[in-house]
Design a protein around this ligand. Structure first.
Ligand code: TYD
Length: 210
């Protein structure tokens, strides 16, 4: 194994609710483990005991927009300190279901948080640090909503939002991707799970295992 392969990487999955990240996260983790890598799978909000408690509040309690953004970053600060950074330092890859691009898409794009508020929080919590690769699952909100409804689970505070909210979230992700095209790859999530899995495998292989 060469030096490039040994360096642990931080990969994040993003997209509107119902875009189909979950099964693809499991597949990518299995692919990395199949290469003999040690991998931690985690999520936001969450990933630590404190983060999971904040997740409960964030998903179910009505909150002021800025409170919501600050709590997302508070959970993230803990997640970085207690889990993400130690894992990477010890050579374990980290795969997270969401990170700061979600705050940009949902709180700035979806809810209208001022962009300079987001910038201030992001540069406080992780100055100069970003995922090595971010996979944005892009899908029309109406298709994603049908998938969420199909699960039969009770919708949380975000999943109850209307189509125009998710359209703004989607545009938030696409705007962010245009600004960091090397890091953020937009994945057409309307295709079959097999097609998406193959694309993710080829992105990761080209980037780190070619
Ligand atoms: P998600 O991770 O999609 O969980 P599940 O698949 O169990 O529903 O849901 C978390 C919700 O939190 C999702 O609707 C997006 C929202 N969210 C934000 O609004 N901002 C953020 O910074 C993060 C991390 C999540």
């Amino acid at each position: 194994m060469n030096e490039r392969v040994r360096q642990a990487r931080f990969i994040t999955f993003e997209g509107i609710d119902g875009a189909g990240k979950s099964s693809q996260i499991a597949a990518l983790v299995a692919l990395l483990q199949g290469r003999g890598l040690s991998v931690e799978q985690t999520r936001e909000p969450g990933g630590t005991p404190l983060g999971e408690r904040l997740r409960e509040l964030l998903l179910h309690e009505p909150l002021h927009l800025e409170t919501e953004a600050m709590l997302m970053f508070a959970a993230r600060r803990e997640h970085l300190a207690a889990r993400i950074l130690p894992a990477l330092a010890e050579g374990r890859w980290v795969v997270s279901d969401r990170f700061s691009d979600a705050t940009y898409a949902y709180q700035v794009g979806g809810r209208g948080l001022a962009e300079d508020r987001f910038d201030a929080l992001e540069s406080w919590v992780h100055p100069g640090f970003q995922p090595d690769l971010t996979l944005v699952f892009d899908l029309a909100p109406e298709v994603a909503a049908a998938r969420v409804a199909g699960t039969g689970a009770a919708p949380d505070r975000f999943e109850r939002e209307q189509r125009d909210f998710f359209e703004r979230v989607r545009q938030g992700y696409l705007a962010r991707a245009r600004r960091a095209p090397e890091r953020i790859r937009v994945i057409d999530a309307s295709r079959t799970p097999e097609q998406i899995r193959a694309e993710l495998a080829s992105i990761v292989t080209e980037r780190w295992f070619a």
